[in-house]
Design a protein around this ligand. Structure first.
Ligand SMILES: O=C(O)CCC(=O)C(=O)O
Length: 292
């Protein structure tokens, strides 16, 4: 009688490692470099070789089938400058954490206290109810989805804005010209921004109008201008992440996966302010120079 031998199933490559491999393939990394990194992380050599071959062939097939998605915008694993402490134009900025797919980074001291105060002071007299994109008709409209008030500064409008824009460009690698005007937002108690995406959904009829001024949005930087006593965190429900507003810090996130498609998991919300008030500055960045 023959003996039944049960072979254990091979271990699965985790989604994070799959994304890591796919991202490196898209960036043109060699198999040898990826193999060395996987070996250093403790993978068996034979297993790593097979994983690299499989992910490379799948990624290259997707790239070949979707060239139009890749032409307009080529996503990188994370665009920000490398290092735990980054010289961003005139200021050293600390990176508190990063995560990938979707890509998110938290910066600890992007703005000085004086800069935060200055932006609030320059905005305080000219706030108007915030608006959201009209997804059906184009343009913008007031909506219960977003109950803040805000104002804008054009690119380079004053010295503090100019300085900040240079800093953001140095940090993210996204040129100043691709930035939309800096938005300053104020939320009172109960003020919130319900879960939303910052990119323009290609399926929405209203998106075409917005896309003509610099193409798709690719990334957001939310800068916290004050400490909030309770609530007001920026929440990413699909990745279980909440960032507490702390004066001078900022959360940066990108919307594309490594195949160049929008990644809906960058869904985010400004949670209701429970006590105190919340001031932020938001920079939305485009795939191409923004002109309007
Ligand atoms: O208020 C926040 O924390 C988030 C702001 C936001 O979602 C945005 O400006 O797109």
């Amino acid at each position: 009688m023959s003996v039944a031998v049960s072979t254990p199933p091979p271990p699965r490559l985790s989604p994070d490692w799959q994304d890591w491999l796919a991202g490196n393939v898209v960036r043109g990394c060699s198999d040898a470099d990826m193999l060395a990194a996987m070996r250093a992380a403790g993978f068996d050599e034979q297993y790593a070789r097979v994983a690299i071959t499989v992910v490379r062939s799948m990624t290259e097939r997707v790239q070949a089938q979707a060239p139009s998605m890749l032409v307009d915008y080529q996503a990188d694993p994370l665009r920000i400058a490398q290092g735990n402490r980054i010289r961003a134009a005139d200021r050293d900025v600390s990176v508190s954490f990063t995560r990938f797919s979707p890509n998110v980074a938290l910066f600890a001291n992007l703005l000085s206290e004086q800069e935060c105060d200055k932006l609030i002071q320059l905005s305080a007299g000219k706030l108007r109810r915030s608006e959201v994109v009209d997804r059906a008709g184009g343009g913008v409209q007031v909506s219960g989805v977003r109950t803040s008030e805000g104002t804008y500064f054009q690119r380079g409008e004053n010295a503090v804005v100019q300085r900040l824009e240079q800093r953001i460009a140095a940090l993210t690698g996204i040129p100043v010209e691709q930035g939309e005007p800096l938005q300053i937002l104020h939320y009172g108690v109960g003020g919130e921004y319900l879960p939303h995406h910052d990119y323009f959904d290609p399926a929405d009829p209203g998106s075409a109008e917005h896309l003509q001024w610099g193409g798709q949005r690719i990334a957001t930087l939310v800068m916290y201008l004050n400490d909030v006593d309770a609530g007001g965190q920026t929440r990413f429900p699909d990745i279980d992440l909440e960032v507490m507003p702390q004066r001078g810090s900022a959360v940066y996130f990108e919307y594309f996966n490594q195949a160049g498609e929008v990644d809906p998991r960058c869904l985010h919300a400004g949670m209701p302010v429970l006590r105190g008030e919340k001031w932020i500055a938001t920079k939305w960045m485009r795939a191409h120079p923004y002109h309007r």
